[in-house]
Design a protein around this ligand. Sequence first.
Ligand code: NAP
Ligand code: FE
Length: 374
Amino acid sequence: MMNKYYMPTRVIMGNDCIAMNSELFITLGKKALIVTGAQSAKRNGAEKDVRTALESVGIPYLVFDKVMSNPTIACVYEGATFAKENRADFIIAIGGGSPMDAGKAIALLASQDIMEGSLFSGNYEKKVLPMAFVPTTAGTGSEVTQYSILTNNKAQTKTSIASDLLFPTIAFLDAKYTEHLGIITTIYTTIDALSHAVEGMLSARASIVSDALAVTSIQMIINCVPDMLQALKSGSKVVFNMKQREQLLQASFLAGMVIAQTGTTAVHSMGYSLTYFKNIEHGRANGLLLGEYLKLVEKVQPDLAGRILETMNFSEAEQFQELLNKLLGEKEEISSEEIRQYSKMAIQTKNIANCVVKPTEEDIITMFALSFTK
Ligand code: NAP
Ligand code: FE
């Protein structure tokens, strides 16, 4: 089996890393478009730090702060039009996976004309605006992946633009922006990162590099879990010290590097329907499904599941399921009609072909049903 490793993003980590590297923005272009969500980047200080850095090196900028969670195709076309009208020649995305994914699509669409019907085709001219990314959640790893995942109403799911053009040029990882993330968003985004690392190890494209990154990421996340559970129990709003926030951000970044090599598996493809139709947050959706998929792998390839479980200090997948149940709390209702519909969609995705243990449609139906059993 042939393996490849490619991750061209320059990653800079640490406290005040934006201010201390502001001259790097000069290498990206002459006018920036800052892409963010409505509020959080203003509240957590990331947008201010970026503005200050740009001003310190004399780069003018505009702000497009209309990115919603699970960004739509319309949103990224609007952002690209805004970038072109204002002649922005590079993108700075600040936020969780949503603004980062939108930032990638905007960088692509502002550099070339792509009709909506060809947006997910992968056939693009080899040009894109340079991008600097500032993650403010610790979950998606989008700052080091080549994926932009958009809400696709025509296909009634979330669809990924996947192209090496979309690797950000630079990622700035400063955990202070994640300091005030609430416990629920912290848990869901952490589970997304955990899911990336675990799914990476379950991918047909797993390699020595991706497994090494995944194992470290899983261990770092599991180290933080007892404090998460404690915070949930005590109802505390703010949870972690900076050291733990840094660990989670780094674990998410490592897990992003994993899926950049391996792609995701059945869990993500099944989860997209939960987000699209039931409005369940991306990380929560993965968390609801991950335990059942690992149980299926445990049945078919016990050694593979065992390697992952061992990394988490578990001896069987049921223990992992119990941990996820604690983190996720009460589960939503799902009807058998919904399960049939979502399973039909999931089985057709390329994520299924990417699984070492390929579930059948019947397996997917069973996993959905068991995942929502209370
Ligand atoms: P998100 O949708 O980016 O953000 C969720 C919420 O958290 C928003 O309300 C946001 O507010 C808020 N928020 C962000 N940073 C915050 C902070 N530091 N403090 C307080 N609140 C903050 O959530 P996400 O889980 O990070 O990203 C999910 C998206 O990423 C999905 O669309 C998913 O499909 C995608 N994803 C992409 C990849 C990839 O490789 N590209 C991988 C996995 C997932 P504002 O709206 O005000 O900013
Ligand atoms: Fe994800």
